[in-house]
Design a protein around this ligand. Structure first.
Ligand code: HEC
Length: 150
């Protein structure tokens, strides 16, 4: 019994010793006071070129070619219903022009930051990939084509 008490005391003494040896914990920096109302996250700037959508036949034909070359028909029909993405017939009449330009140029940003695009993503469950549409040499023609099938 004595031996047991001795061992227990020794153990306690060693533990106490360890505690003393342990370096004092560095003081945690004081947390900054939480703001009362969280600021909304900054939105990504999507520069949109301003132009009038052409109705010239040559521009529409060029737009249809670019639309195909960019792979849009893999996911969109223009008349005939939904495919992977929404039917784009009449899209220039349904959507605000600036919104439409942004959606075609940066769908990756739009489905994260824009409420209407987020809603579309929830409905379609496939994120439209960024197709790398050039804002000056491709976008105006794609829109001329889409407007021609209003
Ligand atoms: C891999 C499939 C895919 C490709 C390729 C694709 N899209 Fe999309 N698109 C979608 C989906 C899906 C949506 C709905 C939003 C979402 O889920 O990201 C969408 C949404 C859109 C919208 C908004 C439609 C609405 O009802 O408001 C437009 C406009 C659009 N796409 C145009 C294009 C154009 C132009 C191209 C070619 C440059 C293209 N898309 C290529 C899948 C695609």
């Amino acid at each position: 019994m004595k031996r047991l008490v001795f061992l227990a005391t020794l153990a306690l003494a060693l533990a106490a010793c360890d505690e003393k040896k342990a370096a004092p914990a560095p003081e945690a920096p004081a947390a900054p006071p939480a703001p009362a109302v969280e600021a909304p996250p900054a939105k990504t700037e999507i520069p949109v070129p301003s132009f009038t959508i052409s109705t010239a036949k040559a521009d529409i034909a060029k737009g249809e070619e670019i639309y195909a070359a960019k792979g849009c028909p893999a996911c969109h029909k223009v008349g005939g219903g939904k495919l992977v993405g929404p039917d784009l017939k009449g899209i220039t009449a349904r959507r605000d022009e600036t919104w439409l330009k942004k959606m075609i140029l940066r769908p990756d940003v739009m489905i994260k930051e824009d409420d209407a695009a987020k809603k579309l993503f929830v409905e379609h469950l496939t994120p439209m990939p960024n197709q790398g549409v050039n804002p000056e040499t491709e976008l105006p023609f794609i829109l001329a084509y889409l407007k021609s099938v209003e």
